[in-house]
Design a protein. Structure first.
Length: 390
């Protein structure tokens, strides 16, 4: 009998690609990393004085154990959503150290052990670990691609069981870059309301719309059609993952929202995890986000331009449509497994990409690349990648 809990019985052995990457780095070989997701390592300019000045607040020397978070920080979050057309009372906002913690709060609020949460596929692989830790089961519903991504509502409805407690949407999805459309939102609200389910909206990439001619997508914050939990944080929208500050917004029918918030406050009060200095800095840090976002969107568009130009020179690979976020999906010939192709690119050409199965693609022939890599690295790595298919 293991001393460790069943929920922690993960396979801790590194996969073949991780092992190859570790060997490559240990050997000191040059690497063109087309998976980079940490904006602080991508050459963006941060106003160091402004960022550091945000933490020089003498109020940080006081301890005020406020379960939902300090009022100035929650007012700043409310103001952020006002710019997205959502009017929020600060009482509807709970601060957390991360969106991962926000997920854990909501899972604890909604689920008994063994209950189910529906998650989109493709999507990023964090959900399985978050669910395992909370004794929750994830069930996937597909996003389908046909001149753009969309939710397969027939499959989604078929995935709902008596143990289903919530549906997760990532808006825009990572890595597909698909924003949830108004008609999709209406269908999700109807499904949740009819089935007594909650809607969980992850909006960490909400601000990164790539087509400036398109209207800004509406946030789920303030959604009234179903009990809704919307989350985001400084990690993506300010490019400051190290600051560990995020939030959770409750909305929906008032009686459900108020009961949810009262119970969430008990959970938050049990941990009191987010620290005072970062809460007090949040108004300033959120106010600075425009400079970072402008740089990042410019970089993403520039790298997309390089990608499309190089793809136009050959007819074998193509880029799938995307609307927002930081990633691009390449459809490549499925002559070998995606992992095998990624290993070959790393070992033979020093280019690191993610195979599609990392993001739960159900078939071979997909690679995922980051669009925030420095432009020279991105262009060079892409050239080495595409030469495989000439």
């Amino acid at each position: 009998m293991s001393i460790f809990a069943t929920r922690a019985q993960w396979n801790l052995a590194p996969n073949r690609l991780s092992e190859a990457l570790a060997r490559h780095r240990a050997a000191g070989k040059p690497l063109l990393d087309l998976t980079v997701s940490n904006p602080t390592e991508c050459g963006f300019f941060y106003d160091q004085n402004a960022v550091l000045d945000a933490f020089r607040n003498p109020e940080a020397l006081k301890y005020e154990p406020t379960p939902r978070g300090l009022a100035p920080a929650r007012r700043a979050v409310s103001a952020y959503y006002a710019e997205h057309g959502a009017s929020l009372a600060i009482q509807d906002i709970i601060l957390t150290t991360s969106t991962s913690e926000a997920y854990s709060y909501v899972f604890r609020l909604l689920c008994n052990p063994g209950d189910e949460i529906l998650i989109p596929a493709p999507s990023y692989p964090l959900f399985d670990f978050l669910a395992d830790i909370q004794d929750v089961k994830v069930v996937r519903y597909p996003l389908v691609y046909d001149h753009g991504w969309q939710i397969d509502f027939y499959a989604l409805e078929q995935a709902i069981t008596p143990r289903t407690r919530a549906i997760i949407v990532v808006h825009p999805n990572n890595p597909t870059g698909h924003f949830t459309k108004r008609e999709e939102r209406e269908k999700l609200n109807a499904l949740c309301a009819a089935g007594g389910l909650a809607l969980i909206a992850d909006e960490v990439f909400l601000d990164f719309l790539l087509d400036a001619k398109q209207p800004a997508p509406a946030s789920f914050a303030g959604n009234q059609g179903a009990l809704t939990f919307t989350m985001s944080g400084l990690s993506k929208i300010c490019g400051l993952p190290q600051m560990k500050a995020a939030w959770l917004v409750a909305s929906g029918p008032d009686h459900l929202k108020q009961e949810a918030l009262a119970r969430l406050e008990v959970i938050a009060d049990t941990y009191l995890s987010i620290n005072a200095p970062v809460q007090l800095a949040m108004p300033s840090l959120l106010a600075q986000r425009g400079g970072f976002q402008a740089q990042l969107v410019t970089r993403v568009r520039q790298n997309l331009g390089h990608l499309d130009c190089q793809l136009a020179e050959q007819k074998v690979c193509k880029r799938l449509e995307m609307e927002g976020g930081w990633y691009a999906i390449l459809r490549v010939p499925a002559t070998q497994s995606d992992e095998g192709l990624a290993l070959s690119l790393l070992n033979d050409f020093g280019v690191y990409v993610h195979p599609g199965h990392f993001y739960d693609f159900s078939a071979e022939g997909y690679l995922v690349v980051s669009l925030i890599a420095p432009a020279e690295d991105f262009s060079a790595g892409l050239s080495r990648l595409l030469i495989q298919f000439h």
